[in-house]
Ligand binder design. Sequence first.
Ligand SMILES: [Zn+2]
Length: 478
Amino acid sequence: MGEWTSAGLSAILHGVTAAARPSVLVIGLDCLAPDLVFDRYREQLPTFAALMDQGTWGPLRSADPPITIPAWTCMMTGVPASRLGLYGFRHRRLGSYADKYLANANHVRAPRVWDVLSRAGRSVGVLGVPQTWPPAPVNGFLVSDAPAGGSRAFTFPAELENEIERTVGRYQFDVEGFRMADPDRVLAAIAAITRQRFELFRALGTSRGGDFLMMVDMGPDRLHHLFYRHCDPAHPRHRPAHRHSGVVLDYYRLLDAELALTLRLAPADCHVLVVSDHGAQPMLGGFCLNDWLVARGYLRLKCPVPAVRDFHESLVDWSRTRAWAWGGHCGRIFLNLRGREPEGTVAPDQAPTLLQEIAHELEAELDASGRPMGNRVLRMGGSELPDPAGDHPDLIVYLGEMRWRALGSIGHADLFQLENDTGADDASHHPMGVFIHCGPGRPQGHRADLRILDVAPTILSWFNQQPVDGCDGRVLDL
Ligand SMILES: [Zn+2]
């Protein structure tokens, strides 16, 4: 008998659904913030609190970089992002200025937990996990993230699409244009998608079952990017008594209620994990990384840019450029390397010195009030980014511990901007996500040593499977 049936959870579990007998149930909530779940809202989230009271929980150190892609794939393989060759959603093909692609399931180089289990003959069910499109065959079912490139196929087996339509209507992948739209409309859409995602997970978990069942909902991420200022008094744009003051708590309560219903899928000896790929923190604003490179003479434009505009390769005088950047939650800096880029200017033997110089200058950068920004620059092959594979940048930049977003657009009069250049944004990613485990084993309460790379080897150990090649995580003694 596991800890499941003790007082806290028995109040939640009204009876396990007969058809579902998972050994492992993973509820992934993108960007779910540990300080909100573990601290600020804990008393108002009875299901989360019960799982914590009966289990083991703590902040989960995310991937480097702590971005949705690669973080979920790091979690489901135990392999560092650099070894997977994944540095974000967008990538630039090395050796080209303009050849870009979006990382999808075809770019995942290591088997994920459900691949290993499928090969071992265990049944799996996967719903909405980032970087699962196009859907690959599994021993069970898989509903991918949003299709791209005009394809509509998003399930394995293909006919599952019809069952989904019959069960919950048209499947919603994400909130369209969530950074640009009317906040109240987006709020309603986020809640509707979350309800649909959980409802479908329960329905498929019941009708199809699986030894390993996992879902991810993007709702918390979308909510934080639009409304985080309202839940954090420390946010520079926080306004007390705003009509949106309660929306983040309301949404977390919705998650709590859906979680309670979904735990009915789990028998008493099931390992339940509630996890997030990263957390959230106030976004202070944006730092114009390409304008900074221009000001320092690393990036040369063909002619001055008269107004703010998106960065484009055609604007660059490549014959005099040594480095350029992409924006995002973190910055990515590329060297214009001779022998690699078409018009490379940096000799390979000069590259280490140049990278060192750029890194030192960025780490010494002061904010608008003259205080150190607290920037951190990660080198390829360093401890956070071992064995860099694939189309890697040359540096990854965390601006002010990611409280500043890297802006790739150019032509700004001021290096510091209050807004993101890709639309409304309240939140930056925080490198600590959520980990809650409840199930067989000894409940340990709070732990401070949990890493996203530990999740896959731990799950695999519950099925007597070895970690995959390249895994840097360890099996947690849960
Ligand atoms: Zn995410």
